[in-house]
Design a protein around this ligand. Structure first.
Ligand SMILES: Nc1ncnc2c1ncn2[C@@H]1O[C@H](COP(=O)(O)OP(=O)(O)O)[C@@H](O)[C@H]1O
Ligand SMILES: [Mg+2]
Length: 361
């Protein structure tokens, strides 16, 4: 049996259904993210695991025992909430060591744990400060250190890095993931930041409207989105509206603005009105005489933006506006107003029925 299971969990507030029948299993040592836009039910789900919200239906088990109605403090779960309340009258070290002291851990061992946790969140040297002497981001890191110091079997993190600046957040993603692996702490992270989810997770549950729209590895979530919502929520994509003309054994022939595209359907049933997707980085800019891929299209550059590691272009084509991302090879791509040829490999096209919501009402 999985370390943590949610079986048929739903949560209603009066007439409003915040969570609609979620089944989820998390393995021991796994790092799983709940990813989705604001209001989709991430915090509610986490709070039910923590024990601060009780489910309307369903059952939760932890390490084989039913904890559905167990009191939060009995569950032995570490939690970092969105609003991380530190004890204002205690120093940073006091805050981080509080739980350990409650557990009656010996002083020397406690201090080593505190030092290690503060090292992780890059707050060494600030042990003696009080919360009011810290920035929002530093306070948030104290809250993370406090949870890590306890080395809980299950750690729940609710948008724990939302107040950190981009560079520090990136570093914390890598370090937190490393320590989580080293200590084998089963972790559930709630985030609306897809890069954060992809960097840290073994698996991502993409949530939408109180349901899990897709549960897969980060790679599959990005490369093989299962719903139109997942296609557009994880990263940028070009969406082309089409109509299936014919379903061949491996690909569907889809009419898009008078052009026929050959899209691999991967065994999925597709018929009628569909969306065809292609990621901006899978569209190539080609010279007129270069060997093209399977698909080919002429267009005019509408906008061209340089973001350092790549160029982002919007190109007007017969299929509509296409976003194109080209790595920075050194030479700038054609400027705004110029005509360009776009090419792609048919294998990089994805197709989903337009009503293929699979999980969302
Ligand atoms: N105590 C509550 N009473 C009524 N509605 C709530 C309550 N808590 C959350 N909700 C609603 O449930 C939905 C999911 O909320 P939440 O889990 O906080 O979303 P997320 O964390 O994904 O932003 C939202 O529409 C929210 O307004
Ligand atoms: Mg939330």
């Amino acid at each position: 049996m999985s370390f943590l299971t949610l079986q048929g969990i739903s949560k209603r507030y009066g007439d409003f259904t915040a969570i609609e029948h979620i089944d989820l299993s998390v393995e021991r040592g796994e790092f799983l993210s709940l990813l989705g836009p604001s209001g989709c039910g991430k915090t509610t789900t986490l709070q039910m695991v923590a024990g601060f919200v009780s489910p309307t239906t369903g059952r939760i088990t932890l390490d084989g025992r039913d904890i559905t109605h167990e009191r939060p403090e009995k569950r032995g779960i570490g939690v970092v909430f969105q609003s991380y309340a530190l004890f204002p009258h205690m120093t940073v070290a006091g805050n981080v060591g509080f739980g350990l002291e409650m557990r009656k851990m010996k002083r020397a061992q406690r201090e080593a744990r505190i030092a290690e946790a503060l090292e992780l969140v890059r707050l060494r040297g600030l042990d003696a400060r009080y919360p009011k002497e810290l920035s929002g981001g530093q306070r948030q890191r104290v809250a993370i250190a406090r949870a890590i110091a306890m080395q809980p079997e299950l750690l729940l993190l609710d948008e724990p890095m939302s107040n950190l600046d981009a560079k520090l957040r990136e570093e914390m993603h890598i370090e937190l993931r490393a320590i989580q692996k080293r200590l084998g702490i089963t972790t559930i992270l709630v985030t609306h930041d897809q890069v954060e989810a992809m960097t840290m997770s073994d698996r991502i549950a993409v949530m939408h409207g109180g349901k899990i729209a897709q549960l897969s590895t980060p790679f599959d979530a990005y490369e093989r989105p299962a719903t139109p919502f997942a296609s557009t929520f994880l990263g940028r994509t070009n969406t082309l509206q089409g109509e299936v003309l014919r379903r061949n054994p491996r690909c569907a022939e889809v009419a898009v603005a008078g052009t026929t595209l050959h899209v691999p359907h991967e065994g999925r049933h597709v018929d009628g009105a569909v969306n065809v997707y292609i990621r901006p980085e899978k569209v190539r800019l080609v010279n007129g005489d270069a060997r093209a891929g399977d698909g080919r299209l002429i267009g005019r550059v509408v906008t061209r933006v340089f973001v350092g590691n790549q160029w982002l272009l919007v190109v007007d084509t017969a299929l509509g506006r296409m976003h194109v991302a080209q790595p920075n090879y050194g030479a700038p791509p054609p400027d705004e107003g110029h005509e360009v040829a776009l090419a792609w490999t048919d294998d990089d096209l994805r197709v989903l029925g337009r009503e293929d919501t699979h999980g969302h009402a």
